[in-house]
Ligand binder design. Structure first.
Ligand SMILES: Nc1ncnc2c1ncn2[C@@H]1O[C@H](COP(=O)(O)OP(=O)(O)OP(=O)(O)O)[C@@H](O)[C@H]1O
Ligand SMILES: [Mg+2]
Length: 258
């Protein structure tokens, strides 16, 4: 059976093609204002990589913030369920997933079968999300993909006291003016994000293995800070942005098999 999952996030559109138990193709593209067009492009690119056409698909499931605007999808499923399915496929031993995307962050605990036990979601403000780090990267004049490598070179501890994006940005600007090193400031920001996520995980069963997904999982500084704070083994899949789209493609298989 061949199915597709389409995840429309606040910043990027993702699609995964699943042929039985194997990922046959995927795409991650910038979202843009026209959600429906972005969904079509992501699906088109993923199909092309798989060497397939839309007619070859038995079912399509949409998830993410823009899931209601994906006309080709027969059904929608929440990101929480899709993240859980995708994580269990990638790391069956994972007891928790931390998904840090562009606009929200989620902490989800799973049972041994990959079912959702509990979850906490922050979608009220940019604190602890990719957007927060994008603002800080601009203030520090560091490219997004350099955030991890630069912060891992830190020497001194800098504590960022505010998690509000606007206040934290002023704090960063002041710290730069006071002569603090960029790597130390950045590490302070990553520690602040990790402590915010740890607070979200409190009260949930952490388990031995945590998977970190979403675009911010590409930031090795955030991943290291989470590992230190949560004292668990942290796994990052090769393509952390496609976890929910993969989960949606798995949900599509389950729906057909029901
Ligand atoms: N190489 C990288 N290094 C650091 N951060 C990155 C990198 N690539 C992407 N990001 C971050 O990932 C974020 C986007 O993540 P993702 O694609 O998971 O978001 P989304 O699914 O659209 O958002 P949401 O789930 O919140 O609606 C961006 O804000 C960006 O800061
Ligand atoms: Mg997302």
């Amino acid at each position: 059976m061949i199915t597709a999952g389409v995840d429309i996030g606040s910043l990027t559109a993702k699609a995964v093609i699943l042929r039985d138990k194997e990922i046959a193709g995927y795409a991650v593209i910038p979202g843009g204002a026209d959600v429906t067009a972005a969904a079509g492009r992501a699906l088109g690119q993923a199909l092309e990589k798989a060497g397939l056409r839309q007619e070859d698909l038995t079912a399509i499931v949409a998830t993410g913030y823009g899931r209601e605007k994906v006309p080709m999808a027969g059904k929608t499923v929440t990101e929480i369920t899709c993240d859980a399915r995708g994580t269990h496929y990638l790391f069956p031993e994972a007891g928790m997933i931390i998904d840090i995307g562009g606009q929200d962050s989620k902490v989800i605990s799973l049972d041994a079968e990959g079912r959702v036990l509990d979850f906490t979601m922050n979608d009220k403000c940019a604190a602890g999300t990719g957007r927060f780090l994008e603002v800080m990267a601009r203030a520090l004049e560091i490219e997004l993909d350099q955030l991890g490598p630069v912060s891992l070179k830190h020497r001194k501890t800098v504590v960022i006291s505010s998690m509000c994006t606007v206040f934290a940005e002023s704090e960063v600007v002041s710290l730069i003016a006071e002569g603090y090193a960029r790597e130390d400031i950045l590490n302070g920001l990553h520690q602040a994000i990790a402590s915010r996520i740890a607070a979200m995980a409190q009260g949930q069963r952490v388990g031995k293995v945590i998977m970190v997904g979403g675009g911010v999982a590409k930031n090795t500084g955030v991943v290291k800070a989470l590992e230190d704070r949560l004292k668990a083994k942290v796994k990052v899949p090769p393509e952390p942005q496609i976890v929910a789209a993969l989960g949606a493609a798995i949900c599509a298989q389950e729906i057909v098999n029901r």
